[in-house]
Design a protein around this ligand. Structure first.
Ligand code: PEP
Ligand code: CO
Length: 448
């Protein structure tokens, strides 16, 4: 592979996996040009701040919580659904911070997570063969041929939905809603009535008591910003490279390029080819970036990924998100941890316990068992303890709603109940109760 001079367009000289076949090329070009003239969604300085926060994770002083939808939806777009997703992420962060005593870096899979890589280009529904659904940034999930035709106007719609989602997130996280004194308010009713919800209430009550204690000691809580605001960052898979290129801007302060579609972007398991377009694009933007690694990855591939994506070895620049599967993690992960540690690459290691544990239920729905998810998490922590590396974070798919998409957990969702509230447009997500339950388990693993 010969090195190219990097530019926001240089990915075009490499094979790009998983790109839609847009039927009208001129329309696509017109829309990308429009996008490149629209304001950036994030500011380069914010992305740099996230790199700094992730450097603390790489060095074992903080923990990364990256969570949100598998695929955001144009149909499920409301203040309530954004707020409820934020609530559950804030709750998980409180459980982790309180339970394990480490600062938590909060990154949503939100405000841009609209494109999906797919294993097959077509699927059979009923007796027709359809193009697969590739996320609302590309086509619609309705099972008709017309709905599945890629439409570049959707790139603009995704940009606008990302902008308003991010706007509301900023309002909530900087405007008082995310302050620690609100911790009770985040507990939604269907969560509060569960065992996890009650366990969470106890923590919220202890935080209240601690705040009252500090106030009684004369500490000025009003002026203590960190009690009233949180830093909340956005991320998504950088899949549709034309869109990411159009939102890439040169930072006037540093002269460097940032993909201003989100604070952090990652490359998926299906698009991380070393000589492919996605790695070429990610290698030149200065945002913190992630790379998924699944069970078939080799030690030498991981070393090459580290060299290609973080040759200067900047701590916080690269997060490796491992998604091995519950039964593979114990064998597959330790050699990678040892090799990366010995090479001195300062990566953040995060565990995605979702994507290696997906299967289709007898009723034909994609699902995951809560027990498999926990099993992979335990394997991840065990591997890190064994290798002497820091288990830096978790990466999960969740929603604030009371969905029935993953099996087990509190309330014990069974296979024949999956259809009750199965609303994801792509992969099965944890509901708020399962997500909070998971955060208690992770806090325990962090303490042990
Ligand atoms: C995802 O994160 O939704 C995803 C498709 O993951 P992976 O690339 O690990 O399969
Ligand atoms: Co997914």
């Amino acid at each position: 592979m010969t090195a190219l001079a990097w530019s926001p367009q240089s990915w075009k000289q490499r094979p790009a996996a998983q790109q839609p076949v847009w039927p009208d090329h001129d329309a696509l070009e017109r829309i990308l040009k429009t996008l490149s003239g629209l304001p950036p969604l994030v500011f380069a300085g914010e992305a740099r701040r996230l790199t700094g926060a992730l450097a603390d994770v790489a060095e074992g002083r903080a923990f990364l919580l990256q969570a949100g939808d598998c695929a955001e939806s144009f149909a499920d777009f409301s203040a309530d659904s954004i707020r409820d997703k934020l609530k559950v992420i804030l709750q998980m962060a409180v459980v982790l911070t309180y339970g394990a005593g480490v600062p938590v870096v909060k990154v949503g899979r939100i405000a841009g997570q609209f494109a999906k890589p797919r294993t097959a280009a077509t699927e059979i529904i009923g007796d027709i063969e359809l193009e697969t659904f590739r996320g609302h940034m590309v086509n619609d999930d309705a099972p008709t041929p017309g709905a599945r035709v890629p439409d570049p106007e959707r790139l603009i719609a995704a940009y606008h939905q990302s902008a308003s989602t991010l706007n509301l997130l900023r309002a909530f996280t900087k405007g008082g809603f995310a302050g620690l004194s609100q911790a009770h308010v985040w507990n939604q009713e269907f969560v509060a009535s569960s065992a996890e919800g009650r366990r969470y209430e106890q923590i919220a009550a202890e935080i209240d008591r601690a705040l009252r204690f500090m106030a009684a000691c004369g500490i000025d809580l009003i002026s203590e910003e960190s009690l009233h605001q949180v830093d909340f960052f956005t991320s998504h898979e950088a899949l549709i490279l034309g869109y990411e290129e159009a939102l890439t801007r040169q930072d006037s302060l540093s002269g460097e390029f940032y993909d201003c579609s989100a604070h952090m972007v990652w490359v998926g398991e299906r698009t991380r080819q070393l000589d492919g377009a996605h790695l070429e694009f990610l290698s030149g933007i200065r945002n913190p970036i992630g790379c998924k690694v699944g069970p078939t990855v080799t030690v030498s591939e991981v070393m090459a990924l580290c060299e290609r994506l973080n040759p200067e070895r900047v701590p916080g620049r690269l997060t490796l998100i491992t998604r091995m599967g519950a039964d593979r993690v114990a064998d597959a992960l330790p050699p990678l941890l040892t090799a990366v540690r010995e090479a001195g690459h300062p990566v953040v290691w995060a565990c995605d316990p979702m994507h290696g544990n997906t299967f289709t239920s007898d009723g034909g729905r994609k699902t995951r068992r809560f027990d498999d998810i926990l099993h992979e998490l335990r394997g991840f922590f065990d591997a890190h303890h064994g290798a002497g590396t820091w288990p830096g974070g978790v990466h999960v798919e969740l929603t604030g709603d009371d969905v029935t998409e993953c099996l087990g957990g509190f309330g014990d969702i069974l296979e024949d109940q999956l259809h009750l509230r199965y609303t994801t447009t792509c992969d099965p997500r944890l509901n708020a109760r399962q997500a909070i339950d998971l955060s208690f388990r992770v806090a325990e693993l962090l303490r042990s």
